[in-house]
Ligand binder design. Structure first.
Ligand code: SAH
Ligand code: SF4
Ligand code: F3S
Length: 473
């Protein structure tokens, strides 16, 4: 009897400690996929009674949602995981979780266990829904109520042929990017570009059911979101693994039919899979923005082949022409990498040449970073100084083009969705044109989520400044 009572007391104390008001802090690294996954992590933590806090020092749980696309991304996360050691010393009750792409790499979860023993929870990219249970296990084991099993590190099994993922439609999201809502449509990547770690850490492609996606978009629009950004490593593969014949073009068509005033963007598109049907939908639709992020990576056929991109210069230029003939004002952005192992000076000049020809609105430029386990990492590497010199030439060229394109906006009137208060200009707000250009104009917090016609008065590199002409409904 006494034993029974003692057990009950313990059980109550355990319950209280798990549900007591506590704070969380999430560090997010990497792409929009991770930004959205952090919204899901926030949703899980909120359900567990945690509240967001402004400083790590006030947190009871700190989550690192990591990226490993380049060495720099990984070093940044590891550096900050190292720094948390001091906080953990001051506050032993702190729970530290490392999740996302980094621990999903071969051997990395074990290395984290070794080097950062104070990390309590490690979860891979397909295990985030387990976070709530893992927190309970940590808290219970600290109270000596239930010993944790030695499965402290949970990553999905990369050795499974299909890396099967049962899509979890129940994880709640605490959206943090109003008026934009991120909506996942496809997980994983099948492409195996020779430089890229993503297929190894995110597994094979799995598309969400079209009705689930449409329901989520409808809920967001009904909830007041004004921009929907569809997410996937390669959105153009959407539907390839479904048996109902669904395609990305069909998804766009169905989304366009949803009632309400809102915009649709999507990322990322692989040039090899961008179809005529998708371009037609973009052109015909009133909601899908004339804006496309179409990563090119390189302008040399040889380098594109070595990267396993499965398109060439000609195909890329054809796509650009096809897009512009359908949508003359389309804003096209890209990703370009320099310093791939087989890139010669001539290959790099081919990249500069195609950049001149295409005239991207903007480009994200990267220095190739060898990723362990990928084919390109095994090739002979180019000295870092050469990579640096190439990227600075590329950036100079693209900056000139970006500015020239910005100048073409001055004097025009564009519809802009107000997205936020302007961080560097007091009394101002900022938002984007349909083509994706950032515009700063006079306004206040109440303007966020509204559409305005804005007259562009000034351009500065990638951004524009203007005056509000009136709200568009
Ligand atoms: N799925 C997207 C890209 C996701 S990664 C696509 O295929 O377009 C985002 C960008 O990071 C890539 O477009 C590429 O330019 C860059 N990147 C990927 N791996 C890299 C590496 N090992 N080193 C440097 N940049 C890399
Ligand atoms: Fe990486 Fe290529 Fe997949 Fe993009 S398409 S995530 S670059 S492997
Ligand atoms: Fe990084 Fe993973 Fe995205 S490696 S770029 S967070 S898919």
């Amino acid at each position: 009897m006494i034993v029974y009572k003692a057990m009950r007391t313990r059980a109550c104390a355990q319950k209280r400690s798990i549900t007591m008001a506590k704070n969380y802090f999430i560090n997010t690294y990497g792409c929009q996929m991770n930004v959205h996954e952090s919204e899901k992590i926030a949703g899980i933590l909120l359900n567990k009674g945690y509240t967001a806090c402004e400083a790590e020092g006030d947190a009871d749980i700190v989550v690192f949602n990591t990226c490993c696309i380049r060495d720099t991304a990984e070093k940044r996360a590891l550096g900050n995981i190292g720094v948390i050691k001091a906080l953990k010393k001051q506050k032993p009750s702190l729970v530290v979780a490392v999740v996302g792409c980094m621990p999903q790499q071969e051997g990395v979860a074990a290395a984290i266990r070794e080097k950062y023993p104070y990390v309590d929870i490690v979860l891979g990219t397909r295990n985030i829904a387990m976070l709530a249970d893992e927190i309970d296990k940590v808290l219970l084991s600290r109270q000596n109520i239930k010993k944790r099993s030695d499965k402290k590190y949970r990553c999905f099994d990369n050795s499974l042929p299909e890396n099967y993922l049962e899509i979890d439609e129940n994880t709640p999201s605490l959206r943090t990017s109003y008026p934009n809502a991120w909506v996942n449509i496809i997980y994983g990547c099948n492409n195996f570009c020779s430089y890229c770690i993503v297929p190894y850490v995110r597994g094979r492609e799995v598309s969400r059911d079209i009705n689930s996606v449409l329901d989520e978009v409808k809920r967001c629009v009904d909830g007041g979101y004004r921009e929907i950004t569809l997410l996937g490593q390669n959105v153009n593969s959407y539907g390839n693994d479904l048996e109902d014949g669904t395609s990305f073009a069909r998804l766009l068509h169905e989304i366009d039919r949803i009632e309400g005033k809102f915009r649709v963007r999507f990322m990322t598109s692989h040039p090899k899979d961008l179809t005529e049907a998708v371009m037609d939908e973009m052109a015909a639709s009133s909601k899908i923005c004339s804006n496309l992020h179409l990563p090119m990576q390189a302008g040399s056929d040889k380098v594109l082949r070595d990267m396993n991109r499965r398109y060439d210069r000609q195909r890329y230029l054809y796509l650009i022409d096809s897009l512009r003939s359908r949508m003359p004002d389309i804003g096209i952005t890209t990703d370009i990498m320099v310093g791939f192992p087989t890139e010669t000076e001539q290959d790099f000049e081919d990249t500069l040449d195609i950049v001149e020809r295409v005239r991207f609105s903007n480009a994200f430029t990267f220095i190739y970073s060898p990723r362990k386990g990928t084919p390109a990492a095994k090739m002979e590497q180019i000295p870092y100084a050469i990579k640096q010199e190439r990227i600075s030439r590329l950036i100079t060229l693209q900056n000139r083009i970006t500015k020239e394109i910005s100048d073409t906006y001055t004097g025009g009137i564009y519809e802009v969705l107000c997205e936020d208060v302007a961080p560097k200009h007091s009394g101002c707000v900022c938002g984007r044109t349909e083509s994706g250009r950032l515009v700063t104009f006079e306004g206040c917090e109440q303007d966020i989520g509204k559409f305005f016609n804005v007259k562009i008065t000034k351009s500065r590199s990638a951004s524009l400044f203007g005056q509000k002409e009136g709200e568009t409904l």
